[in-house]
Ligand binder design. Structure first.
Ligand SMILES: Cc1cc2nc3c(=O)[nH]c(=O)nc-3n(C[C@H](O)[C@H](O)[C@H](O)COP(=O)(O)O)c2cc1C
Length: 189
């Protein structure tokens, strides 16, 4: 009960982008969310996705440093904020692969009970809606508690201004709403 008090404590949010691209609009949206969060939100953009190897049950006993680093980062966060591109109408394989690792051992995953929120983003008109839906489904299967509204950002390549912050009040409200939902879920846990 009440694991954080936002008047005095920090909400540690691990931000996970499903894109490995240097100029990723999904990673940029996560940075924007971090800038909007206020002093009580400490948002860290995770940079370990490329180091997570292909999942194999044969490697579960000794998964290696990439997986260990991911599990430690997730365990050390109060909540997770995902932003995913849409690849062929679903989430990118590298993100699904990382979640397959994080889902183990079955029933005792580091994701079990973890508060998570999801952003979908695409330069197209649908805002990565199908990737958002699939990522939400997978996170629930892993035992995570998905909170907040469905935030899908169409024309995401123009959604942020030169300052890296949302170009519209609508997007600003959507991002702060997800942070608020994560904070409320952590407080209520
Ligand atoms: C393999 C691949 C498949 C894609 N499929 C879709 C798709 O189904 N729907 C969509 O809206 N955009 C699709 N795109 C375009 C991505 O939305 C676009 O590249 C976007 O910028 C990727 O996100 P990022 O900027 O965070 O890397 C695809 C891109 C790639 C590389």
């Amino acid at each position: 009960m009440n694991t954080i008090d936002r008047s005095t404590d920090t909400l540690r949010v691990l931000a996970i982008s499903g894109s490995l691209r240097a100029d990723s609009i999904n990673s940029a949206l996560l940075r924007a969310a971090g800038a909007l969060g206020g002093p009580e939100v400490k948002l860290e953009l995770w940079d370990g996705l490329a180091a997570v190897p292909p999942f194999s049950e044969d490697d579960e006993a000794e998964p290696g440093a990439g997986v260990a680093g991911m599990l430690a980062a997730v365990a050390g966060a109060d909540a997770l904020l995902f932003a995913t591109p849409e690849y062929n109408r679903s989430l990118p394989g590298q993100l699904k692969n990382a979640l397959d690792w994080a889902s183990r051992p079955y029933g005792r995953s580091v994701l079990t009970g973890k508060a998570v929120a999801v952003i979908g983003a695409s330069p197209g008109n649908f805002g990565g809606r199908r990737a958002h839906a699939d990522l939400t489904k997978v996170l629930k299967a892993c035992g995570a508690v998905v909170v907040g509204d469905e935030v899908c950002v169409p024309q995401a390549d123009t959604a942020l201004g030169e300052d890296g912050l949302p170009a519209t009040e609508e997007l600003r409200t959507a991002l702060t709403g997800l942070l608020d939902a994560l904070g409320e879920a952590v407080r209520a846990a």
